[in-house]
Design a protein. Structure first.
Length: 251
């Protein structure tokens, strides 16, 4: 009886070492006596006990956070930059055979590439051209990880930490830029207003009756307000009569 139990236990052990179940997003890299024989999965996998060895490889996209890196830009500004890398395994056999630990290798490659690429850019480019830099980082990392069977789909710069003195300098620059724009807008408004006034003066000079109409309109506006001042409009022709008499006396 004891022997029968032992044989059952041994059979279960052997059966357990033979059967593997892989999920839809997993693949199994099979080695037979240390030699790669192929990639299997998903579903039920049968192995030869004590001869075959299987390594599970997930195929889902990995989101890897790149820790903050000290970067000196092209214009000698020291900043801290972190990023995130999106990649997935497309060739499980290469990911296991060509590199010892593809996750660690990709992380280290992303860190060194981040420092190298951003070190060639100026601070203004780093702040204003992130899309271009993201694309450049993605292309470089993808090319270098391609022999490992890894596809890098995106690289995004998350945060750029500037020194305090640089932040203050940029704040002063932004304030000066806002003041400059305000002065330009004010000057343009004054120019447009003076242009319109000059045009209005020319029109009034050509049609004296319009001045009288303007007087009446002004009087109407004043009368609607609670004011103690009373204005009596006098036609300009009335003054012209006196001016003409004075000119004759001088002659």
């Amino acid at each position: 009886m004891i022997g029968y139990v032992i044989w059952v236990i041994l059979a279960l052990i052997v059966l357990g070492s033979m059967i593997r179940i892989l999920r839809e997003y997993e693949r199994g890299v099979i080695f037979r006596l240390g030699r790669l024989i192929g990639v299997k999965g998903p579903g039920l996998i049968i192995l030869i006990p004590f001869i075959d060895k299987m390594v599970r490889v997930p195929l889902r996209t990995v989101v890897m956070d790149v820790p903050p890196q000290d970067v000196i830009t092209k214009d000698n500004v020291s900043v801290k930059v972190n990023a995130v890398v999106y990649f997935r395994v497309v060739a499980p056999d290469k990911a296991i055979v060509e590199v010892e630990n593809y996750l660690y290798a990709t992380s280290q490659l992303a860190q060194t590439t981040l420092r190298s690429v951003l070190g060639e850019a100026e601070l203004d480019e780093l702040l204003s051209q992130r899309e271009y830099l993201n694309h450049k980082l993605q292309k470089i990392i993808d090319e270098q990880t391609d022999p490992w069977g890894i596809k890098v789909s995106a690289v995004e710069i998350k945060h750029v930490d500037l020194p305090q003195e640089m932040q203050r300098a940029m704040a002063r620059q932004a304030e000066a830029e806002r003041e400059r724009r305000a002065k330009i807008i004010n000057a343009e408004g004054e120019f447009q207003a003076s242009t319109r006034l000059a045009e209005a003066a020319e029109i009034l000079a050509k049609n004296p009756i319009t001045i009288q109409l303007r007087y009446l309109q002004t009087l109407s506006e004043i009368s609607t307000e609670n004011a103690s001042t009373v204005v009596f409009p006098i036609p300009i022709e009335f003054f012209k009569m006196f001016v003409a008499k004075e000119e004759k006396k001088e002659e």
